[in-house]
Design a protein around this ligand. Structure first.
Ligand code: COA
Length: 358
């Protein structure tokens, strides 16, 4: 039995490779470092090739899907009492299931349209209609604020969506593939993936990263605060990874985006200085605490700063993660359905044995 399936190979994929020893992420033959200036729509085309034939102009069909998905919104007050990720998942569950490109496009559009609408509903505002001709990142920001975003804001969100679009057999992608392997459709796969994503050990970490920064308050408090947290046996959010034994390359991609936002005045320099001081202190402490297990900065640390600067409330960070990772989920689910077998591992029974008949 391998606890947590660590190092167990459970799928063959052409989609992405996470090289944990060298800190490298490759998406369909392209290194993350070379995807820096790409739009999310370009990375989708990379992921969808061969799995969703006939996708044509993805930017246009994704725009049309955003408009279509808006029709599935419902103004149900019970939804607004839920955390945004749970409310968004409930809305995704209203979408029709299927294995085709139309289903995949609706699912890609869903978190992008539902999240801004839910955030506006919960502050008493009306949702804003999607604009089919807009690029995906700009439309998301416009549907949140009601204003056209500045180009550096759209570029930062695009950089984020591209950075998180796919990442090997992470927990949510595995969940999507398990469901796809049963022959259930893409909507069912997406719902399983969303449920896996929300946990704090996976996509739920960046909100708590900001809580940590707020609790620390000033750079000079970092060492003391982090030492106490580790002494209490807590994990430091935004650090450590199952696969990476060196720095997560996505952390650097997002740190660059955060610095660019800071240069344009979108991030308070004091906030960035605090984050950098906390990162340095945490890395130092973790090195001493676990000398045999490298614990480096992961993607979620600078995600937190980036999404905060773009105006997303921390409760909705996991929804924004889902906007990007949906591309990977769709491609993996389709790859599993086309090339894989039913995923059905075994368990070892360690419970009581029945008494033998006398
Ligand atoms: N802070 C403090 N200690 C940590 C740690 C962290 N962020 N991450 C791992 N550790 C420690 C564990 O306590 C464990 O110590 P032990 O052997 O004394 O019990 C050891 O390192 C190995 O941890 P393990 O849980 O086996 O690693 P994993 O591969 O299962 O966990 C994560 C990977 C991401 C779940 C883990 O690093 C973590 O919880 N990080 C914080 C949450 C986070 O940032 N999640 C986003 C991931 S992208």
């Amino acid at each position: 039995m391998v606890n947590g399936l660590e190092d167990v190979i459970a799928a063959e994929t052409v989609l992405s490779d996470v090289d944990g020893a060298n800190g490298r992420l490759v998406v369909r033959g392209v290194s993350l470092d070379d995807l820096g200036g790409s739009r999310y729509e370009d990375v989708l085309a990379l992921l969808f090739g061969g799995f969703f034939p006939g996708y044509g102009n993805l930017a246009a069909s994704l725009g049309a899907a955003r408009v279509e998905v808006f029709e599935y919104l419902t103004r149900d007050p019970a939804l607004f009492r839920l955390p945004p990720i749970d409310a968004m998942r409930a809305l995704v569950a209203r979408l029709p299931d299927g294995d085709d490109l139309g289903t995949a496009l609706r699912l890609l559009a869903a978190p992008a349209v539902f999240t801004p609408a839910l955030l506006r509903f919960s502050s008493g505002k009306d949702p804003i209609l999607p604009e089919a001709s807009s690029d995906h990142a700009s439309d998301i920001l416009r549907m949140c604020s009601g204003k056209a975003p500045r180009s550096e804001q759209s570029a930062a969100l695009d950089r984020y969506l591209v950075t998180v679009a796919d990442h090997g057999l992470n927990a949510s992608t595995f969940a999507a593939r398990v469901v796809a392997s049963t022959g259930a459709g893409l909507t069912s796969s997406a719902l399983a993936a969303l449920s896996a994503l929300k946990g704090p050990l996976h996509g739920g970490a960046p909100g708590p990263v900001l809580d940590m920064l707020d609790a620390i308050g000033q750079p000079e408090n970092a060492l003391g605060w982090l030492t106490s947290a580790l002494e209490r046996g807590e994990r430091l959010m935004g650090f450590g990874h199952r696969i990476y034994r060196v720095r997560d390359p996505r952390a650097d991609a997002l740190k660059t985006a955060v610095r660019m936002l800071a240069q344009s005045g979108a991030i308070d320099p004091a906030r960035l200085a605090l984050a950098e001081a906390v990162e340095a202190a945490a890395l130092d402490l973790l090195k001493h605490k676990k000398p045999d297990r490298p614990l480096e900065t992961n993607v979620e640390f600078y995600t937190a700063l980036l999404l905060e600067a773009l105006g997303f409330p921390r409760a909705a960070f996991t929804c924004v993660f889902a906007m990007g990772r949906m591309g990977g989920w769709m491609a993996h689910a389709r790859e599993q359905a086309l090339t894989g077998r039913l995923i059905r591992p075994k368990s070892v029974y360690v419970g009581p044995v029945p008494r033998e008949a006398a």
